[in-house]
Design a protein. Structure first.
Length: 329
């Protein structure tokens, strides 16, 4: 069985975009792949986080993973920091990463372009740690949003570089991008990705938003003056985004949705989108409350870390022997 790995960095509450772009697909994949899913809490601290908020976000993320349908009997679910081998491998891969490669990483480039102050070294080198997250487990596939393919490409480059420099050691991973819903956009600025750090709090739907709040956000989503429900990301980015959301959650093809709402107003269309979104959120939230009060999170993380640690340790030892820093037999 092929192995798949991915993770989410919960620097804020998980969003509908996280669900459509990642979590929902993890649930589908766990029946066909050996699935490894981790909470990327080390990546969270590349920028300052309030400790109390971070702890809550991490616990909520794990509960939401389970609430969305991830089964710990089918998937290995763990905290990144519980497998220290990943961080050590991350440093070793940093030593094989060129500064030019890190300079081209989108997050660093964006902050540099905005002339942000106090950019940390952790933010600069975290793509090497992300590569270690992937390569430690010989993942064949990494499901990502289309804006994250760059990180998988770096992991591929590092794997090939190490394999060529020493000997075959790492599996070279393939990025897997969903055709629909891979990148859900902001409801208020549909040319930008839906983000956990949305300052207005109107363009982003959180999985734990109260149902009336989520409905209001959909009804207030930016549209256009064309008065036609059609998929045109250039001229109608707002409507196209709502179509992707509805299609992703309902399974109804976008062309069928467009045909169903031909000649109808945006208000009626938005109401239908809101119904689908709110039904989805209600199911997730009901399950979330059961899990968060059950005490099962600690057991899931302990079991997941034990399995992940065993695999990552074997890989780290192999790497250290090949590069010459491991002197014990």
């Amino acid at each position: 069985m092929k192995r798949m790995l991915s993770g989410i960095k919960p620097t804020g509450q998980l969003t509908l975009g996280n669900y459509i772009g990642a979590l929902r697909n993890f649930v589908k994949y766990q029946d066909d792949y050996e699935m490894f899913v981790f909470i990327a809490n080390l990546h969270c601290v590349t920028v300052y986080q309030d400790p109390k908020e971070l702890r809550k976000n991490l616990k909520d993320a794990i509960a939401l993973y389970l609430a969305c349908g991830l089964d710990p009997e089918k998937s290995t679910i763990f905290l990144q920091s519980d497998v220290m081998e990943q961080a050590q491998l991350g440093f070793l891969l940093t030593c094989t990463t060129y500064m030019g490669e890190l300079n081209r990483m989108t997050q660093f480039k964006d902050k540099l372009a905005k002339q942000e102050k106090n950019i940390t070294a952790g933010l600069y080198v975290y793509p090497s740690l992300m590569a270690a997250d992937i390569l430690a487990y010989d993942a064949d596939y990494v499901p990502v949003g289309d804006d994250q393919k760059q990180h998988v490409e770096l992991a591929r480059d590092l794997a090939e570089r190490f394999n060529n420099r020493y000997s075959p050691t790492f599996t070279v991973p393939e990025p897997l991008v969903a055709k629909v819903g891979a990148r859900i956009m902001s409801l208020t600025e549909p040319t930008k990705k839906m983000s956990k750090s949305d300052e207005t709090n109107k363009g982003c739907i959180y999985l734990l938003d109260e149902i009336p709040v989520a409905r209001k956000k959909i009804m207030g989503a930016v549209t256009d003056m064309l008065a036609k429900v059609q998929y045109d990301k250039v001229n109608q980015p707002g409507i196209s985004n709502l179509l992707e959301i509805m299609s992703s959650l309902s399974g109804e093809p976008i062309e069928d949705i467009c045909a169903r709402f031909e000649g109808k107003g945006y208000g009626e269309f938005k109401k239908a989108v809101a119904d689908v979104v709110c039904d989805t959120l209600q199911q997730i939230q009901d399950r979330y409350h059961e899990i968060i009060n059950s005490g099962q999170i600690d057991k899931v993380l302990e079991d997941g870390a034990n399995k992940a640690r065993y695999i990552a340790h074997k890989k780290l030892m192999k790497v250290q022997k090949k590069i010459g820093i491991e002197i014990r037999k």
